[in-house]
Design a protein around this ligand. Structure first.
Ligand code: ATR
Length: 274
């Protein structure tokens, strides 16, 4: 029950109307009997959001598009991996001191741990914030990433930053095959309402590949459906989203949350809203 002792957590972004984070975190607070509430705030200026965290004593915040980079000057301390990625998606307010973390990287890499990344070649489609976290995590885990992006300059910039190879998305149309063990789509291609699109020509998929998508609306994207048809192992978009959220929850509460509860909550909601 909300009362005078309730701690506040929130998400800042624009837009945030679609976010499943309030549902997930509020479910976990209730499950673990924590007197806290999590709200979504659509804001235009991240400085005003951070001022609110300080003045209202908000205990923690998720940071999403478009503020993951612009928030950095406003935190008091930043974790080393978040600094290297140049992106913060989590704020922890410890007695008025604001710490910035990035749980996107762990969120992307954890679901691939059992499959193994070390020594593997990983095609990362996209060159935005999510791709950055994935490429950073792949390198840290001993894999070899290469970047595939619609805008070649952005692919090149990321490849230069992380010293890896890149290719233009359009070039895939002419390629006879794709040399990759794991393919990770970090773009929004295939997301509702454009569910008939896939970022990759189907013929480039082969059965030895593991295919991961960060899109989770729908859960079975066209890319993942094609991958299943080809006999590939798949990792759906809830995996990264839930693992990054679990890492946030642990930073805020010290509790490593039950992933089964998180996944079921998200799936129930997707079924209701789709
Ligand atoms: P995020 O933080 O979720 O990664 P982002 O930084 O806006 O979001 O990056 C979105 C990525 O998806 C970009 O790489 C973008 O490609 P461009 O660099 O060419 O803009 C990619 N993307 C988005 N829509 C796309 C589309 N319809 N086709 C191909 N790539 C697309």
């Amino acid at each position: 029950m909300i009362n005078a002792g309730t701690d506040l957590y929130c998400i800042f972004g624009s837009p945030v109307g679609h976010s499943k984070s309030p549902l997930i975190h509020n479910t976990l607070f209730a499950h673990y009997n924590i007197n806290a509430a999590y709200l979504a705030f659509e804001i235009q200026n991240i400085k005003e959001g951070i001022d609110a965290v300080r003045s209202l004593g908000i205990k923690g915040a998720s940071i999403t598009i478009p503020f993951k980079e612009s928030i950095i000057p406003y935190v008091d301390d930043i974790a080393e991996d978040a600094r290297q990625m140049g992106a913060v998606n989590t704020i922890v307010n410890q007695n008025g001191r604001l710490y910035g973390y990035n749980t996107d990287c762990m969120g992307a890499i954890t679901p691939l741990k059992s499959i193994g990344i070390k020594g593997k070649k990983i095609a990362v489609i996209g060159a935005g914030g999510a791709a950055m976290a994935v490429v950073y995590g792949v390198l840290k885990s001993g894999g070899t990433p290469f970047v595939i992006n619609r805008t070649v300059d952005k692919a090149k910039a990321m490849a230069t930053r992380f010293n890896c190879e890149y290719v233009a998305l359009a070039q895939l149309q002419e390629m006879p095959s794709l040399s990759a063990d794991i393919i990770i789509n970090t773009t929004s291609v295939g997301m509702v309402p454009d569910t008939e699109y896939s970022p990759l020509p189907e013929r480039l998929l082969s059965p030895h590949m593991v295919v991961m998508d960060v899109v989770y609306t729908p859960l079975q994207t066209r890319l993942l459906k094609q991958a299943v048809k080809k006999g590939c192992q798949i990792v759906d978009g809830l995996a990264m989203f839930l693992h990054q959220g679990a890492a946030q929850f642990e930073l805020w509460t010290g509790i490593s949350p039950d992933m089964t509860i998180m996944r079921q909550t998200a799936i129930d909601d997707l079924e209701v809203t789709s």
